[in-house]
Every structure is written in C-alpha cells, then in structure tokens.
Design a binder for this molecule. Structure first.
Ligand code: ADP
Ligand code: ADP
Length: 222
C-alpha cells in the first residue's frame, strides 16, 4: 500500500517582488513499512518538503496523496485533523511541554483526538513501554536526558498509531551515544512495520534508512 505519493510538487515562496522556488517538481512514492531518509544540504528544500509531507503547508502546484487521500488543497482545519490522525512528528528540539510528566506529554495527541482519560493513560503507558521508558512515566522533561526526552517524543509520535512517523533532524540535538540510541529505536520500529520518513543533513544518519532520497536545489536526485 502506498502511504505517500508526490506528483510534480512545487513550492514557491513569494517575498515582495522576489519569488523563491524552494521545491521544483518533486515526484516520490513511499510504501507502507518503508524507512526512508531525505537528505540534502542547507537551503536545498528539506524543511519545505517536511512541512508539506507533515501537512503543515500545501504545495503551490502538484499533488500530494497521503494514505490514499489528496491533501494538496485542504484548508488549515482539515490539515490539522489529518496531521493529528495520520502523522507522528519527532522534532530536533523534542517539543515536550516542560510542566507535564512524560506520561501526560505522550497522552496529549490523544486529548486532541478525543480519547477519554482512562484509555489515554493506558495507551500512553504502552507507548512509553515501547520506547523503554515505563519507569520514567512520572518524570518531567527536565528530569530526563536529551536521549530520553527524544524517546518520550517518539512515544508521543506513536501513541495515535499514525500512518507514518515524520522525524525532522531527530538526532540534531543529541550526543553520539544518545543519537545511536534513538536511531536504534527507529530501526526497531521499522522492524515492527512502521513507516518512517527521516529528514537529515547527516550522511551517517541517512545511512540508517533503507532508502535515501537526495534533495538538491528543490529537486530529487536518484
Ligand atoms: P533546508 O531545510 O534544506 O535548509 P528550506 O526548505 O528551509 O531548506 O529552504 C529552501 C529554500 O526556500 C531556501 O532558498 C530558502 O531561503 C527558501 N525559503 C524557505 N522558507 C521560506 C520562506 N518562508 N519565505 C521565503 N523563502 C523561504
Ligand atoms: P527546527 O527547524 O528548528 O528544527 P522544529 O524541528 O522544532 O524546528 O520544527 C519544525 C517546524 O514544525 C517548525 O516550523 C514548527 O513551526 C513546526 N512545528 C513544531 N512543532 C509543531 C507542532 N507540535 N505542531 C505543528 N507544527 C509544529
């Protein structure tokens, strides 16, 4: 089954009289269960592509189908709904709420999805177990190492059972030991059937994936 289909995707930013073509015709297909890395230098269009893949923005031209649905032209409220239902985000900066425990951070996407408190807690506990942090459920982010915080963020990304995990430079803020730890976790999730799209500018991180897409000046090279 196809999870992601990009067909002639272009993105132009208009700033005053200057138009920047950040994406210049991207075609790509990603199948369920694939582990794909998107790599490119600074300014190549990675963030722009990540925003489109993550339904944070829409293409200027071209088509994007996510899990069988055309999401190229949707309004923000619909995009937000699809983001929450279909995509598990992992960011460079972890983006955990500092005043909430690990358990409550992980449960948060389920609040937006309208899941009741009892089921939320059960599912959040299971997601924390999955990333090896069941014993840290009551700790706040500040009481966890960077690598542990990122694993909590991965648990939060998993808790809604999304169609794909979209990770944007997930090891960018981690030392090499924690990076290896988080990449091992992605590998494990992939082995259990998850679809993972990882965006990075580091070759050794991209090498962890089964397939590498290289972006340069807004275009994919093979
Ligand atoms: P990367 O993430 O690979 O560094 P980006 O997607 O951020 O690349 O940027 C691709 C190109 O689009 C760059 O030339 C950048 O300057 C431009 N760009 C990105 N965001 C905007 C924006 N909001 N307005 C204008 N230009 C932008
Ligand atoms: P950076 O580019 O510094 O690594 P992040 O990876 O934290 O930044 O975030 C990438 C993009 O995703 C940002 O433009 C941000 O606005 C957006 N973003 C971050 N967190 C969320 C969220 N929880 N929901 C929706 N969009 C988010």
């Amino acid at each position: 089954r196809t999870i992601i289909e990009l067909d002639g995707v272009r993105k132009t930013y208009a700033t005053g009289t200057i138009a920047v073509e950040a994406l210049r015709g991207i075609d790509a297909t990603i199948t369920e269960g694939e582990y794909v890395a998107i790599i490119g230098p600074s300014g190549s269009g990675k963030s722009t592509l990540m925003h489109i893949l993550g339904c944070l923005d829409v293409p200027t031209e071209g088509r994007y189908e996510l899990a069988g649905r055309d999401v190229s032209d949707l309004e923000e409220t619909e995009l937000a709904h699809i983001r929450n239902a279909e995509i598990g985000f992992v960011f460079q900066q972890f983006n955990l709420l500092p005043d909430l425990t690990a358990l409550r951070n992980v449960a948060l996407p389920l609040v937006y999805a309208g899941v009741g408190p009892h089921e939320r807690e059960q599912r959040a506990r299971r997601a924390l177990e999955r990333v090896g942090l069941a014993d840290r459920a009551d700790h706040r982010p500040g009481e966890l190492s960077g690598g542990q915080q990122q694993r909590v963020a991965v648990a939060r990304a998993l808790v809604t059972e999304p169609a794909m995990i979209l990770a944007d430079e997930p090891t960018g803020n981690l030392d090499s030991v924690s990076s290896a730890d988080v990449l091992a976790l992605f590998r494990e999730l992939h082995d259990s059937g998850r679809t993972i799209v990882l965006i990075t500018h580091e070759n050794d991180v991209a090498a962890q994936a089964d397939r590498v897409l290289r972006i340069h000046d807004g275009e994919l090279a093979s």
